[in-house]
Write a protein that binds this ligand. Structure first.
Ligand SMILES: C[S@@+](CC[C@H](N)C(=O)[O-])C[C@H]1O[C@@H](n2cnc3c(N)ncnc32)[C@H](O)[C@@H]1O
Length: 301
């Protein structure tokens, strides 16, 4: 009906009048569209501004304090026995601070690499120690974010912990395997999750160390290793990470103890990899790449 009326009007009215009417209608449509768009953007910007005023200002917890970290994770509903048993104990973190972190004077930002995050205890603790030395220190961390000790999506707890500790700007968290994809949880079943049975469904980035060596060789002052506990895998990690270390850079291995004899055996032969053994506390082992001003280490076998 409308169309017929339009055709009739076109026929009886002078052409200029019809064209004017059509132009007015098009203008009206455009004005309505622009005002709807302006309303959408203004509402959007108001929402963003509101979140800016209620964002976290001061850190909620001090990641130098082990018990505060455990308490934070426990309050998120994680079982305390898994937090404690699945993480480096406080005495060994103190040992690392004593033998590694205290060797630096804080005149430049430090760069560290952390393999094996679980729910972030050693990661937050070591990041805090480096940031206290220099506020621009950076920790790159690598973990495939697979269920570990029955805890699913462990990275969500890691990110919450780093943010609550005010360390989110000093953290680069990568969801991947240090090397090739491998069976998670060291093939141990926890809470009915069988990593070997779930292997084909598990996914994360692979060969992170090799790819980091492509983009930032000679970068890291410290590499902390607590991921896959297979000796051959660890040896592969140690060989791949060598080019990532700065001269004089430290390598720290967790579980250099009786419970993990094969990891201890790797640490006992760390000299064969061109690193010199520095100290061990019965749990963590510390080694170092020789500084440039010293004679080169033994050759690889
Ligand atoms: C013993 S937990 C780490 C505990 C943590 N270092 C702490 O003390 O708070 C081992 C972690 O390594 C991760 N992992 C296993 N294989 C890995 C790999 N190839 N690369 C990186 N992380 C790995 C596991 O998923 C698990 O989250």
């Amino acid at each position: 009906m409308k169309a017929i009326l339009k055709t009739l009007l076109k026929a009886v009215l002078p052409h200029g009048l019809v064209a004017l009417h059509l132009r007015r209608q098009a203008l009206l449509v455009r004005v309505n569209e622009e005002s709807a768009r302006a309303q959408y953007h203004s509402a959007r910007q108001q929402k963003i501004a509101a979140t800016e005023t209620c964002g976290p200002s001061d850190p909620l917890l001090n990641a130098d304090n082990y018990e505060e970290i455990v308490g934070f994770l426990r309050d998120r509903g994680l079982p305390e026995n898994h937090i404690r048993e699945g993480s480096v104990p406080p005495e060994s973190l103190e040992f690392i601070r004593e033998h590694v972190v205290k060797q630096w004077d804080g005149t430049r930002p430090l760069r560290a690499l952390h393999i094996g995050n679980f729910v972030g205890v050693s990661l937050a603790s070591l990041t805090a120690a480096l940031v206290r030395l220099h506020p621009e220190s950076l920790m790159v961390s690598v973990d495939p974010n697979l269920p570990h000790r029955g805890i699913h999506q462990p990275q969500s707890h890691v990110l919450a912990l780093l943010s609550a500790s005010g360390l989110q700007s000093n953290s680069l968290v990568l969801a991947g395997y240090s090397g090739k994809k491998s069976v998670s949880n060291d093939a141990t079943v926890f809470d009915g999750y069988d990593p070997a049975a779930e292997f084909s469904k598990e996914t994360a980035a692979e060969n992170v160390l090799e790819n980091l060596a492509r983009i930032c060789p000679g970068t890291f002052d410290l590499v902390f290793l607590d991921g896959n506990h297979d000796a051959a895998y660890l040896l592969g990690e140690l060989q791949t990470l060598r080019p990532l270390l700065r001269p004089g850079g430290y390598v720290v291995l967790d579980d250099v103890d009786a419970a993990w004899a094969e990891i201890r055996a790797v640490f006992e032969r760390i000299g064969d990899l061109g690193l010199e053994s520095v100290a061990a506390d019965g749990r963590v082992g510390i080694a170092r790449l020789k500084p440039l001003d010293q004679k080169p280490g033994p050759l690889l076998p």
